[in-house]
Design a protein around this ligand. Sequence first.
Ligand code: ATP
Ligand code: MG
Length: 420
Amino acid sequence: MSTFQAPKGTYDLTPPRSATFLAVREAISAPLRDSGYGYIETPGFENVELFARGVGESTDIVTKEMYTLTTKGGDQLALRPEGTASVLRAALEANLHKVGNLPVKLWYSGSYYRYERPQAGRYRHFSQVGAEAIGTEDPALDAELIILADQAYRSLGLRQFRILLNSLGDKECRPVYREALQTFLRDLDLDEETRRRIEINPLRVLDDKRADVQKQLTDAPKLRDYLCDACKAYHEEVRALITAAGVAFEDDEKLVRGLDYYTRTTFEFVHDGLGSQSAVGGGGRYDGLSEMIGGPELPSVGWALGVDRTVLALEAEGVELDLPATTSVYAVPLGEEARRVLFGVVTELRRAGVAADFAFGGRGLKGAMKSANRSGARYTLVAGERDLAEGVVQLKDMESGEQTAVPLTEAAAELAKRLG
Ligand code: ATP
Ligand code: MG
């Protein structure tokens, strides 16, 4: 292993690809910011108890994938494997559900950690942008979130994604279904671990990715046949609102998601260009979570979209984001005096809001012009001793190749004008 290698299952974001990640985070959060969602940031770690209770002791996330640690002071902490439990915990701590109007609408963006088997699209450190709407039961809220995620993906230029939709029922009808499913599953030919799962979290068996298991599940009882009237009506309303918004979705009766706390609306965004790690995002309603972590009854709904897989989806579709060059003006000084003078012009430009950069390190003209090209700057400013003696700088338009001498004192203003 080389000394410079990032830990297994992780990778660094470096320029130029890192710009795409920033743009994806920006694109996913933009529709949320325009829809009344406020930014929230929580610590990268929490008391392990929060996830054990809030994510569920029987989930893979808690039993296998969590990075836990004991501090020198003896606290049991876990690096956050997901965002919802932390965001709800923070909202309860800050009493956001009491001080403001419901729902409390929040968005977040950050790093998450899961000890998984690394493979394409599956890492031990990854990045999500998420949204949670806390404290209100309203099918329009579920619909809003699905529509906003669709809008975010479309704004990025993604086309080959699909929305899978299901309802998991509530505390009234789900237990009845759970029992029927258990009875069905107990008769199947399954390994020990899966048999254990039948008893703890039978819905998760439906989520099993192995083909031999999926084949046996063809005749499994369908949750849809067990939904109570209230859940059915709620789900129909969500479907109607999404349909009216022109957002296409597929009903997927087997969609259950990995986390224990979901109720009613459940959805996943899958992308068809990603192979087996096809889920780019997912979410749903979690009416029971607040009480599970010791809070009041707060029916809520949310989603998290994976930034890493969204970038992979863009690459799979060959979508090039239209990322404007970060530098507009690149200054190339020739000689000591020019260095001081042009550095001053660059500072002036930056203060005027023009993105400018400078050929540091006193390189020759050729190397410096290469850097200017690479920066993507529309204009370069070049000045040598003779220019300074005449009180001018050479302003070169990198698109047309045209070069003009501009009085030094007017250079910054002229550039600001040309760049609009
Ligand atoms: P999967 O079924 O692929 O394991 P999940 O159900 O565990 O996904 P969620 O907990 O719903 O995923 O997280 C939401 C999104 O976060 C996923 O759709 C995915 O884009 C991203 N994500 C989850 N785990 C990882 C990971 N280990 N590496 C990269 N992205 C991830
Ligand atoms: Mg997972």
